[in-house]
Design a protein around this ligand. Structure first.
Ligand SMILES: *[C@@H]1O[C@H](CO)[C@@H](O)[C@H](O)[C@H]1NC(C)=O
Ligand SMILES: *[C@@H]1O[C@H](CO)[C@@H](O)[C@H](O)[C@H]1NC(C)=O
Ligand SMILES: *[C@@H]1O[C@H](CO)[C@@H](O)[C@H](O)[C@H]1NC(C)=O
Length: 360
């Protein structure tokens, strides 16, 4: 059980690759301390909680640089303190040291190990590009200040880091100098030059204000700036959404109206047919009745029987107002009334009108 845990720990430490695997109290060699090829990260034989002391033994670290240092359990009691202001924690992380004065030896890229100039506020890099720390810079392992102005000679340090992309490895050259912020140290002439603006010809990112020298050899827009759309794009998108919504609604309305009209046309046609049948039927009865009435001895008696039930009048005028009353307000009923002027009792006519009415 214990050996498995140890193996896993060793594997973990091995994979982490920023520290060796020798535990506290075990022997190590200070001669193995080095910067890793490609990444230039500090490496020693000792594990990530220890450093290789002068007596070639791994000893617990005396300081840390990160808020959450690698290799320690969260909330561990063994985490060493960060250094106070005016001090720094070296790559070995053995103990805090006081800041180094100009001209002293510093470690690679450890600008924070160097003492700041008096005018540090003026010289400090606020771009977040790591041009200097508080106005001081460590170049070629020497502390200096980033205070050189345009046209004056400067110090430059070019380091090729191994970087990776989809196609494989490539070398990313990082060039740093001691020019003031807004200037760069030209690698050939070794003098400070003004940063180039958008569109100017360039050979390296450091020459551009935007920190982006494009493959076509001109300074491009800052790659870290988020892309913003102008207001009209938002307007067009909003119009598109609203237009799409209303277009769909109007389209559906038009389609449904067409269908509705077709349905109505069918019903009207159906009604006309029914009405024609009805009239044919009435005509047939009328003619049948006429033929019966034309027989001798029938005519007037039948007629008088029908109309005597009302107010005794027996002229044709009598039933017209009744039909008109029944047909009030609808062309449909008028149609029936006009042609359905028969001697059938008013009840049947009204009933048939109502029946037709119910369909519409
Ligand atoms: C090595 O030196 C450290 C202090 O630098 C000390 O704490 C430790 O006991 C020493 N180890 C041996 C084996 O001498
Ligand atoms: C910068 O340097 C000044 C002067 O040494 C110091 O007072 C200040 O705390 C430093 N600022 C930072 C962020 O290190
Ligand atoms: C510029 O910095 C250097 C150290 O890098 C220093 O010796 C020199 O006096 C500084 N010059 C000015 C004008 O501050």
């Amino acid at each position: 059980m214990r050996s498995v845990a140890t193996t896993l720990l060793l594997l973990h430490l091995h994979l982490s690759a920023n520290a060796g695997s020798v535990n506290k109290g075990q022997p190590c060699s200070q001669g193995d301390n080095r910067l890793q090829a490609g990444t230039y990260q500090f490496w020693s034989d000792c594990n990530s909680q220890t450093y290789c002391a002068a007596n070639n033994t791994c000893v617990a670290r005396g300081c840390r640089r990160d808020d959450f240092p690698f290799g320690y359990a969260q909330g561990s009691d063994h985490i060493p303190d960060k250094c106070e202001r005016g001090q720094f924690c070296p790559d070995e992380m053995d103990a805090c040291q006081t800041l180094l004065s100009v001209g002293s030896a510093c470690q690679l890229n450890r600008d924070d190990q160097c003492e700041a100039p008096d005018n540090f506020k003026e010289l400090a890099d606020t771009t977040g590009r790591g041009l200097n720390v508080n106005g001081s810079v460590c170049l070629n392992n020497v502390c200096m200040w980033a205070n050189v102005t345009v046209g004056l000679s400067c110090v430059v340090e070019n380091i090729g880091y191994t970087a990776y992309e989809a196609e494989g490895e490539f070398i990313n050259i990082v060039s740093r100098g001691n020019c003031r912020v807004g200037l760069y140290c030209d690698s050939q002439q070794r003098v400070c030059m003004q940063n180039k603006v958008l569109g100017e010809a360039c050979t390296a990112d450091k020459e551009c204000d935007s920190w982006n020298c494009m493959s076509n050899g001109a300074c491009g827009v800052d790659a870290s700036i988020p892309h913003h759309f102008s207001p009209w794009v938002y307007a067009v998108v909003a119009l598109g959404i609203i237009g799409g919504m209303f277009g769909t609604l109007i389209g559906l309305f038009v389609v449904h109206r067409k269908q509705r009209d077709e349905e109505r046309e069918k019903r009207v046609q159906y009604w006309r047919e029914q009405n024609t049948f009805h009239q044919n039927l009435l005509q047939m009865r009328e003619s049948a009745r006429a033929s019966i009435l034309s027989l001798p001895g029938h005519g007037n008696s039948a007629r008088s029987t029908v109309y005597s039930t009302r107010d005794g009048a027996n002229s044709d005028d009598t039933h017209t107002p009744i039909l008109q009353h029944a047909a009030k307000g609808s062309g449909l009923r008028n149609y029936i009334g006009d042609d359905g002027s028969s001697e059938y009792d008013e009840g049947s006519i009204v009933q048939s009108s109502r029946k037709t009415d119910g369909r519409f």
